[in-house]
Ligand binder design. Structure first.
Ligand code: PLP
Length: 390
């Protein structure tokens, strides 16, 4: 079978690989706890499911406009007005198959071959592969646990060249959970504007920010600089709708048209039924978000106590549902890197984690706390026994 060279360069998703290995062990009868999950352990709210059922019963099962039904695009625009005060309208919104397709469309629409994309590391696993598909060049901007894994203007300036076209910001971050403040985001946006660099602000976890931190978003300044920033959002995490595939962007009208052109020649509109469900989510009750936040704060604190109790360095994150501790001092001769250590942990005590190497930092391992408290405690005690050799 002859597969294109383009694909030979692309690494398969590491998170999916961990889950596949965990499933294999489960099939052999082993009890496996997964802290590798990238989705909330809550169900999609009933009123959202009901809207989908009603859409089917009403025969709302045909093609829709490629960028989404007008009322959903309006609802996305209203979301950014309601939460961030952005004055905008449905023409500035596009609905795609998850945050993932929004990011893919954006990179395809913005990058010329050879142009550079700045990616603060650690980074979400799919950014480099998407840049590669767009024939761009990923340039990583290193950050450290001491700096809460946030980039500084000096760090950005150090890697900027005249080929730099885009900066991808991700706050709250997957894998670190760390968040920029509004002031930090705006300072970076100012630097980017001064250097003619476009910002893709991946804010798919924007509702999952824990007090006293406050949700920060470039949507607050988007209105005055719409040609330099695109905001990426999704209902996957905030409304527990990972399987429904609904993401959206707030972007300049011309960019929305360009993205629609790409989407129109690839997937067309997202599922029509999902669009009605998304409309119910955006326009209905947000109680689920508060409920989840309460649980996530409790679990974050629990996991943070245990992990730092091992003597591991780990910034205490203000958002998402991940911790990204530095664990390399526990690596051993038979498990000398994050991937080998994750395999050892999975095989010895049946806990699935994602190696930091997948996110561009081999010193770390990602822990998701999107599981119930008892499971979390049990899993962490097992991981601790391997790391501390007890
Ligand atoms: N961006 C980040 C940082 C993510 O963690 C994810 C999913 O894990 C996505 C984008 C994609 O989200 P979706 O499932 O909506 O495609």
């Amino acid at each position: 079978m002859r597969i294109s060279e383009r694909l030979a360069q692309i690494k398969p998703s590491a998170t999916l690989a961990v889950n596949a290995k965990a499933q294999e062990l489960r099939a052999q009868g082993r009890e496996i706890i997964s802290l590798a999950v990238g989705q909330p352990d809550f169900g999609t709210p009933q009123h959202v499911c009901d809207a989908a059922k009603a859409a089917m019963d009403d025969g709302f099962t045909r093609y829709t406009p490629v960028p989404g039904i007008p009322e959903l695009r309006d609802a996305v625009a209203n979301y950014y007005t309601k939460f961030y005060g952005a004055k905008t309208c449905g023409d500035n919104a596009i609905i795609s198959n998850g945050g993932k397709q929004v990011l893919y469309n954006l990179l395809m629409a913005l990058i010329n071959p050879g142009e550079e994309v700045l990616i603060p590391a650690p980074y979400w696993v799919s950014y480099p592969a998407m840049v590669q598909f767009a024939e761009g060049v990923s340039v990583f901007v290193p950050t450290t646990a001491e700096e809460d894994y946030l980039v500084t203007l000096e760090g950005l300036e150090a890697v900027r060249t005249d080929k730099t076209r885009v900066l991808i910001l991700n706050s709250p971050s997957n894998p670190t959970g760390c968040c920029y403040t509004q002031a930090q985001l705006e300072a970076i946006a100012q630097w980017a504007r001064n250097n003619d660099i476009f910002i893709i602000s991946d804010e798919v976890y924007d509702r999952l920010v824990y007090a006293p931190a406050e949700p920060a978003s470039l949507a607050k300044v988007w209105e005055t600089h719409p040609e330099t920033i695109a905001i990426v959002g999704a209902l996957s995490k905030s409304f527990c709708m990972t399987g429904w595939r609904v993401g959206y962007a707030l972007a300049h009208e011309e960019l929305v048209k360009a993205m629609s052109k790409i989407q129109g020649q690839s997937t067309s509109n997202i599922n029509s039924i999902t669009q009605k469900a998304a409309l119910a989510a955006l326009n209905g009750s947000w109680d689920i978000v508060d409920e989840m936040k309460e649980s996530f704060v409790r679990r974050r604190d629990l996991a943070y106590e245990i992990i730092t109790g091992w003597g591991a360095e780990c910034p205490k994150p203000d958002g998402a549902f991940y911790l990204f501790p530095v664990l390399d001092k526990f690596y051993t001769e038979d498990a000398p890197d994050s991937a080998a250590m994750c395999t050892k942990i999975l095989e010895e005590v049946g806990v699935a984690l994602v190696p930091g190497s997948a996110f561009g930092d081999d010193k770390c391992i990602r822990f998701s706390y999107a599981v119930d408290d008892e499971t979390l405690k049990d899993a962490l005690s097992k991981v601790g026994s391997v790391l501390l050799g007890k």
